[in-house]
Design a protein around this ligand. Sequence first.
Ligand code: KG4
Ligand code: ZN
Length: 330
Amino acid sequence: MHILAIESSCDETCAAVISEGKIRSNVVATQEVHRKYGGVVPELASRAHQQNIIPVVAQALTDAAVDKRQLGVVAFTRGPGLLGSLLVGTSFAKAFALALGIPLIDVNHLQAHVLAHFIEEPRPQFPFLCLTVSGGHTQIVRVSDYLTMEIIGQTQDDAVGEAFDKTAKLLDLPYPGGPLIDRHAQAGNPHAFVFPDVDMPGLNFSFSGIKTAFLYFLRDHRRQDPEFVARHLDDICASIQHTLIRILLEKLRKAAHQTGIREIAIAGGVSANSGLRRMVREEGEREGWQVYIPKLEYCTDNAAMIAMAAHFKALRGEFCGQDTGPLPRG
Ligand code: KG4
Ligand code: ZN
């Protein structure tokens, strides 16, 4: 059976086709319109989704060499995400399915990030832990089956992706800043500057304190030397990135110890970070973990992961009705 999947939760319009559990196409249209505003503007995102969705779906069908009349299911991201953006994908999916007379499957965006690990080999063994790190979420998830996941730790304020993006903004880097911090960090010294540790109980995270500490750090240094950032950009990026990764790894290690699970995965946009990818591997060697890191194209938002999640839901007969609406909070 062929499934068409649509992802439109934030600022990427994506479509993919999956056939019998194998991804046949994966199209992503990144919206450039937000750059000049330094962040995603929700209203502009929905408008861009409206413009992109038909060509993106057409491209996904062409790349997969699947005619729309051959489709058996249309799947879409129901949430979490921006309401207006979700509405575009949801409405399109519902209309398309209605016109073709085929069923719908709704997908949770965060579950899909985790299930990106089943697109290609090697696949994690159940149960495994997944550190899901994106622009809106930071979670440690205990995954006991394809569709059975329990959040055992999560951020109490900002997401780590947000911390990357806000830090970049303070450094006058363009949006989205995460990948730029990563690039500068590769040329810098991660121990050049030290930021305070954040002490959160249990497996939960907090990133708002570090953001404030960083704000004051920059203010004080800029006061003494207006050229401070320009002079030390690589070292600043490397140090802040190192601090954020250290916070993530400490909780991941704690979760692994507490649960006794050694199958460890990372997922979501921030799992594209080269420092995190390297440090998780190193930690895995020390701790005796089997580590799973998605290919870069499956870290950031894409519809292949939505298609993969829909595949597992289809196998269980978990369809949804035409009365299903977006769920911005997940
Ligand atoms: O999963 P994602 O594409 O969208 C959400 O579901 O939020 O994640 C986007 C986040 C942004 O905060 C972006 O800055 C961050 O992932 N990101 C990175 C890198 N690539 C994307 N952060 C650090 N280093 C990267 N290489
Ligand atoms: Zn995402």
